[in-house]
Design a protein around this ligand. Structure first.
Ligand code: HAM
Length: 417
């Protein structure tokens, strides 16, 4: 038996309503904040991500699905959307059509990570990117949009953490200070963190090793070394969040796994999903467009993991979707009425009713059982004496009452459905 590839997952019909519910909510909330949908290809040139996300990040150095295609081009299944959205904006000069582009997406992503609960190799994100503005209202808006969607899904156990990574010049100065602090502790660090000393020193804050955590407890923090402009920008984001009453914590140790961030970064975590607790993450990336070879266009955005969010909803029992139902099941009483059953079903279906018939030559009793299983609100019995007299019986499955209708008068039947 050929099975699905490790870390990928089928979404079966029994689960799809949760996805539809979430996607509809995302579309509605995005529309109310005036974000417009963008779709980009699954495949991109590898350089887009290595330049955009950063060579030394885990995503680029260990996790990308990269291969050489038949025309000798190195291509990658997109591990995230931000670089792709920025590329599309530059390629189609969206910034020349309007100065600020507010875009959203719902899309599969690919990262070859070790699969575990809430972590997959093909997973799905929804997210938003606002390109063309440096106003802190946009940074705050990302947090507000993400928070509102999670709250609307009924999630309670969530925490918003925010931080500022400032601008590269203050960050470089700070990295130097951090390096001096870590210099005489090098030998006590884990092997992974020792490597990061030279490649991506900030990520040492992310280490799960007890010894590293201990050492980083007393480390100097970037936020204490930010320039005034960065502090003012960060302060405004906090003021807006306070005004809209979104609870948040400043976490000076929050570093993100992608290199393109400047200024605000944030994550929303859930205590309902185990170790993979980040439901969403984002931040400002004012230099990304230039890094991938484009014009100087600032941006800010976030992305949220749909599988993780649905897991949190399940664990918090926050979904109360109504049971599945169909409008009508046509029970074929006389076996020979196959064509008539199809004809009748089509008349109702063309009126946008959700109608089912039997395709398995089932007995009347078995058809009735099937109608119940599908949650049919009503059934029509087609056959018997009524049919000979040009009529059908319509039964209301909840109330149990029956009515007889003229078979030629479909509109009257529809009025009674
Ligand atoms: P990220 O933090 O890498 O950010 O991913 C965002 C979210 O995607 C995570 O918080 C998590 O919920 C979900 N996620 C990531 N990896 C996996 C996985 N292997 N399995 C399941 N879910 C996963 C970004 O992707 C940035 N592009 C966010 C952004 C947008 N920053 C600015 N704009």
């Amino acid at each position: 038996m050929i099975k699905a590839i490790t870390g990928t997952k089928d979404t079966l019909p029994s689960d799809i309503r949760k996805w539809h519910h979430l996607e509809e909510l995302v579309r509605n909330v995005m529309a109310s904040f005036n974000y417009r949908e963008i779709r980009t290809p699954i495949l991109e040139e590898t350089a887009l991500f290595s330049r955009g996300i950063g060579e030394s990040t885990d995503i680029v150095s260990k996790e990308m699905y990269t291969f050489i295609d038949r025309s000798e081009t190195s291509v990658t299944l997109k591990p995230e959307m931000t670089a792709s959205v920025v590329r599309a904006m530059l390629e189609h000069s969206l910034d020349k059509q309007q100065p600020l582009n507010k875009l959203y997406y719902i899309s599969p992503m690919f990262r070859q990570e070790r699969p575990q609960a809430g972590r997959f190799r093909q997973f799905h994100q929804f997210g938003a990117e606002a390109l063309g503005g440096t106003n802190p209202s946009l940074d705050a808006e990302m947090i507000i949009v993400a928070y509102d969607i999670l709250k609307n899904l009924g999630l309670n156990n969530i925490t918003v953490k925010i931080n500022s990574l400032g601008v590269p010049s203050s960050r470089e100065k700070y990295k130097h200070i951090l390096k001096i602090y870590l210099n005489d502790k090098k030998t006590q660090l884990s092997e992974e963190s020792r490597k990061r000393l030279d490649t991506n020193i900030l990520r040492i804050f992310d280490s799960k090793e007890a010894n590293d955590i201990n050492i980083m407890e007393d480390a100097p923090l970037l936020i204490e070394h930010l320039d005034n402009e960065s502090l003012e920008q960060f302060d405004m984001v906090k003021q807006i969040l306070l005004a809209v009453k979104i609870p948040f914590e400043v976490d000076a140790r929050l570093v993100r796994g992608l290199d393109y961030y400047t200024h605000t970064t944030f994550e929303i975590l859930s205590s309902s999903v185990g170790s993979q607790s980040a439901l969403c993450g984002g931040g400002r990336y004012d230099l990304l467009a230039e890094q991938i070879g484009g014009r100087d266009i600032p941006g800010v955005g976030f992305a949220a993991g749909i599988e993780r969010i649905l897991l949190a909803c399940e664990n918090e029992n926050s979904f109360c979707l109504p049971d599945d139902f169909i409008d009508l099941y046509i029970i074929r009483v006389d076996k020979e009425l196959v064509a008539k059953t199809n004809e009748l079903a089509l008349l109702f279906r063309r009126k946008n009713l959700n109608v089912e018939i039997d395709y398995l030559n089932r007995s009347v009793k078995a058809q009735m059982r099937e109608a119940n299983k599908l949650g049919a609100k009503r059934v029509i019995f087609l056959g018997g004496e009524e049919y000979s007299a040009g009529k059908v019986v319509l039964k209301d499955m909840k109330e149990g009452n029956q009515q007889i209708f003229d078979l030629n008068n479909i509109d009257e039947i529809i009025n009674n459905l």
